[in-house]
Design a protein around this ligand. Structure first.
Ligand SMILES: [Zn+2]
Length: 100
């Protein structure tokens, strides 16, 4: 049986922070990484990576070991697909609200 109930103080705190910042949690289709996503407009997507999700994303790990290292904290290509799908399904609202 799978339980989605928060199991630690830390998880509760994370959820509170995500809610406050209007971030929607999106999981990468390809790895275990979960990031906070906020879409201010059609073309502006804010993605908040945690140290944990950076480690879990295989694409980012690859970039780390690539010559020149990692340049951007935008998203891996799979995660971009996950976000597009979440937006298409209405899970992520587009538009700034209350100044956010
Ligand atoms: Zn990924």
């Amino acid at each position: 049986m799978v339980s989605f109930a928060p199991t630690s103080e830390e998880t509760l705190e994370d959820q509170r922070l995500y809610t406050q910042a209007r971030l929607k949690e999106v999981a990468c289709l390809d790895c275990l990484a979960r990031v906070g996503v906020k879409k201010n407009s059609e073309h502006h997507t804010s993605i908040q990576w945690t140290a944990e999700s950076l480690e879990q994303c295989a694409e980012f790990r690859k970039m780390d070991s690539a010559p020149g290292g990692r340049h951007v904290y935008e998203s891996c290509s799979r995660l971009r697909g996950s976000i597009d799908r979440a937006v298409a399904e209405g899970e992520i609202e587009i538009g700034a609200q209350d100044g956010y």
